[in-house]
Design a protein around this ligand. Structure first.
Ligand code: ADP
Ligand code: MG
Length: 362
């Protein structure tokens, strides 16, 4: 087990990077605490696999250092880093049985036969592969093959960390859910440092204690699922997480108010001052879940016109027009509201964030 630290890591795939654009990873600092369950979340192409391969040693970073428990391993090959990596597509030996596949990482390291057998049986049990241990791997279904691949990652007791790169992509939705639960269970038992790469927010939020959100080669926020939901540090986190994502309205600031489409909203004067000096485009962020319908205007409410109401069973999702902009609003199911009606919506100051150039104003 290990605490993994990335110091000023940057990576360019081109030999002679000329501009920012040439970097798949922009300079970043990151610490993965020993025993933590992390998700690395971001859209396709944002640099997740690059970051993972730098941790495992498959890729040497253009700049910066990788430290395991304080020791610089930047130059160390993967074998010396003691990391188990599970890839997006199963990596298994077709000519071997399920059991031989699972035993392979242990045999490779000279573990005794009886201990190997015990570990294989334990992992097989966990991944529900026990009845299939004697089958040859060739010809097994995609999700069985990926379970074997996962098993090969989990079978060793001595790994510093296990890195999983979108391991459930090829697996059918029902089994996906099962495997995710298993993985969480395994982590609770073994407490290895776990880094789980995904582009799926639901997967990230259900599996991890902490989520590292990436966009365009940058880490934009690290936080618990709750922090990412309640306090997005970046507009990208606001709209990428949540369904639908955060409302982000272009606005201007006056002394102690934000002005959106000509309507004033009272806001902390300090925040307004910092927003003005921060520079960059200003946006007001509020999640659909935190907007409230109020009977009359207040210093923190706006007048809107409802354009659409969807009934989603336990709640309603309304779309409302605020001048030229659209707002999504989540309402209790008993709320009576029809398209064409106007109403007041309150933006509780506690849940309202001002962003300058994409970053939250503290
Ligand atoms: P993700 O895993 O988040 O989808 P990647 O780390 O695979 O993202 O890719 C990040 C960026 O680096 C992308 O723009 C991708 O095209 C580029 N890239 C990835 N691998 C290579 C490579 N081997 N050679 C050149 N460019 C690469
Ligand atoms: Mg990838």
């Amino acid at each position: 087990m290990a605490r993994i630290e990335l110091r000023s890591i940057a990576h360019a795939y081109v030999a002679v990077p000329a501009s920012e654009q040439d970097y798949a990873l922009r300079p970043l600092e990151l610490v993965w605490e020993d025993g933590g369950a992390y998700a690395l979340l971001g859209p396709s192409g944002c640099g997740k696999t690059t970051l993972l391969n730098i941790i495992s040693g498959l890729l040497r970073p253009t700049r910066g250092q990788v430290l395991f428990d304080g020791v610089d391993v930047t130059e160390a090959p993967p074998q010396r880093r003691n990391i188990a990596q599970v890839f997006q597509f199963p990596v298994i030996y077709d000519t071997m049985t399920v059991s031989e596949n699972l035993a392979f990482p242990l045999r490779n390291r000279g573990l005794g036969a009886s201990e190997t057998r015990a570990r294989v049986e334990e992992v097989a049990e966990l991944l529900e592969l026990t009845p299939d241990l004697r089958l040859r791997a060739s010809g097994l279904s995609a999700d069985m093959r990926q379970r074997i691949s996962l098993g090969r990652g989990l079978v060793r007791r001595d790994v510093a960390a296990i890195l999983l790169d979108e391991p459930l992509t090829v697996i059918d939705p029902h089994v996906k859910w099962l495997l995710r639960r298993k993985l969480k269970q395994v982590h609770e038992q073994l407490k290895m440092t776990l880094v789980y790469v995904t582009h799926d927010q639901v997967e990230a939020l259900t599996l991890a204690d902490r989520v590292v959100v990436m966009n365009q080669g940058r880490v934009v926020q690290v936080g618990t699922p709750q922090e990412l939901f309640e306090r997005p540090a970046d507009t990208f986190v606001g709209y990428f997480i949540g369904s639908p994502g955060m409302n982000l309205l272009p606005c201007t600031v006056e002394d102690d108010a934000v002005v959106v489409e000509g309507q004033r909203l009272a806001l902390d004067a300090g925040v307004c001052a910092r927003a003005r000096s921060a520079g960059g485009e200003l946006r007001l962020g509020i999640r659909p879940e935190f907007l409230r319908r109020v009977p009359e205007g207040t210093p923190s409410s706006v007048r809107v016109e409802v354009t659409q109401v969807e009934n989603l069973g336990r709640h309603k999702l309304a779309t409302a027009k605020l001048g030229a902009q659209a707002l999504k609003v989540r309402l209790p199911e008993e709320e009576r509201l029809a398209p064409g009606e106007s109403c007041w919506l309150e933006l509780p100051p506690r849940w309202t964030t001002l962003y300058a150039g994409g970053r939250a104003i503290p």
